[in-house]
Design a binder for this molecule. Structure first.
Ligand code: 0L1
Ligand code: MG
Length: 250
């Protein structure tokens, strides 16, 4: 039987709107990775119809720490819109992870080298990604998480820094209320975050997309993600890039 892309997109979209955990789609439906990206595209389309604006894309599972934490071996990507959730009540079981973000000054499409990809960068920033799986117990396989837009929920970007900042091996610390909870290096992202940007160009082109001028590209979690709860002040400080933070309220 053909996969009902619209129906599955509606199921994950509704779970996000209602902040309600659902069983993994793969438990009741069999669908391919290509179809998972179609479900994701349809789910984003529903948000665009509601007035959200596309602002970029995110890479997922670009570090070993993230792959091991979630038991997924493949890189994935998701679509960023400007419609992030801001109240803890609107999340299912949110987590936060330290990242770096790119701002593009040139479009990128198809296979490219990390060096060519970096030439399209206007600026680089320390960032935090808030992720929230719509699946029960934050458990999924690769098709499930792609259909759920790579757990994308929100992101916060720090100060934009010059594009020629050396990203090779910058140490970073993510703190909760001043206490380190995750420590890592930009090298954890495929050896260099520029490789994640090159992969973003290649992988989005496989789905017929171009990375557009002015878009933000999130390179992927440097470390494992940590669970969020009310009262936590989160800060991610990256050597040479500065820091970014936010406070979680009820
Ligand atoms: O940055 C990342 O690697 C995020 C992956 C998103 C999937 C998840 O961990 O829920
Ligand atoms: Mg991430």
């Amino acid at each position: 039987m053909a996969t009902d892309i619209k129906k599955l997109a509606e199921i994950v979209d509704t779970a996000a709107i209602e902040a309600t955990a659902i069983p993994q789609l793969s438990q009741s439906h069999s669908f391919t990775l290509d179809e998972a990206y179609d479900i994701q595209a349809e789910m984003i389309n529903r948000r665009l119809v509601r007035g959200e604006v596309r602002v970029g894309m995110k890479m997922g599972f670009t570090s070993r720490a993230k792959m091991i934490q979630m038991g997924v071996d493949d890189m994935i990507w998701g679509r960023l819109t400007d419609g992030g959730v801001i109240s803890l009540r609107d999340y299912v079981h949110p987590r936060v992870e330290p990242e770096v973000a790119f701002l593009l000054k040139k479009p990128l499409t198809g296979p490219t080298t990390p060096m060519q990809a970096m030439a399209a960068v206007e600026a680089i920033a320390p960032a935090l990604e808030i992720i929230d799986s719509r699946y029960e117990a934050f458990k999924f396989n690769v098709q499930d998480v792609v259909a759920d837009n790579a757990s994308s929920t929100g992101f916060v970007i720090g100060p934009w820094c010059p594009p020629d900042t050396d990203l090779d091996n910058l140490g970073g610390i993510m703190e909760f209320n001043g206490r380190p909870v995750q420590i890592g290096s930009t090298a954890a992202i495929l050896g260099h975050p520029g490789r994640s940007l090159a992969a973003a160009s290649r992988m989005t082109a496989e789905e017929g997309e171009t990375l557009e001028v002015g878009w933000i590209v999130m390179a992927g979690g440097v470390t494992e993600a940590s669970p969020l709860s009310a009262g936590i002040s989160v800060r991610n400080s990256v050597e040479g890039l500065g820091s970014v933070g936010f406070k979680v309220v009820e």
